[in-house]
Design a protein around this ligand. Structure first.
Ligand code: ITT
Length: 196
């Protein structure tokens, strides 16, 4: 079976991606198989740029087909922040909770305003022999609220989905995988995966 390397060190992403890709005829491995992989500098200005940087670096290092996920949260009242800086917003040393508390503090002046936001995800698939790149995107709309729930990772506790009446962290992994930006990006990528 052909190997597909997930070019991410984020454990939350790995769990979700393994489930979302389970129906494919690939041996899915994550970066724990390649513990000597040097740090990848994500200095792109967009989700697409960073996804390609990660997928290419891992494909070239491993010699295997590689899939990277660059994702983040865009808050309209903050002009799209934290965006590509979502993972290191405020302080790169913080944990998820410290980071979403910082986000809530930034929005504290907008007490009675709806804080619309979206999660975006860009997937980049890189084939090292042909150097072929395939891109797919997905997004989910919601609002920033006080934290609720303890599933998922990152900003999930403060991301509320009006149609479901729940935050992303109140959804089971299965429910999140039905509607998330990541699952939508994977759905858009699947026809392209069949081509490589
Ligand atoms: P890799 O680069 O190793 O994949 P990372 O966490 O640094 O891991 P990104 O640069 O793509 O990945 O940053 C994405 C950040 O956006 C992530 O750390 C979370 O804070 C947030 N994020 C992305 N998807 C999310 C989700 O499904 N739920 C909650 N937060 C999410």
């Amino acid at each position: 079976m052909r190997r597909l390397v997930l070019a991410t060190r984020n454990k939350g992403k790995v769990t979700e991606l393994k489930e979302l890709l389970a129906d494919l005829a690939f041996e899915i491995v994550d970066l724990s198989y390649y513990s000597d992989l040097p740090e990848i500098i994500e200095d792109g200005g967009t989700f697409v740029d960073n996804a390609i940087i990660k997928a290419k670096a891992v494909a070239e290092y491993t010699g295997e087909l590689s899939l990277a996920d660059d994702s983040g949260l865009e808050v309209d009242l903050l002009n799209g922040e934290p965006g590509v800086y979502s993972a290191r917003y405020g302080n790169p040393e913080w944990n998820d909770r410290e980071r979403y508390q910082y986000l809530l503090k930034k929005l504290a002046d907008y007490k009675d305003t709806r804080k619309t936001a979206r999660f975006r995800c860009v997937m980049a698939l890189y084939e090292p022999q042909s150097k072929q790149v395939e891109i797919a995107e997905g997004a989910v709309e919601g609002e920033i609220v006080e934290p609720r729930g303890n599933h998922g990772f990152g900003y999930d506790p403060v991301f509320y989905i009006p149609e479901l009446g729940k935050t992303m962290a109140e959804l089971s992994e299965e429910e999140k995988n039905r509607i998330s930006h990541r699952s939508r990006a994977i759905a858009n990528l699947k026809p392209k995966l069949a081509k490589v």
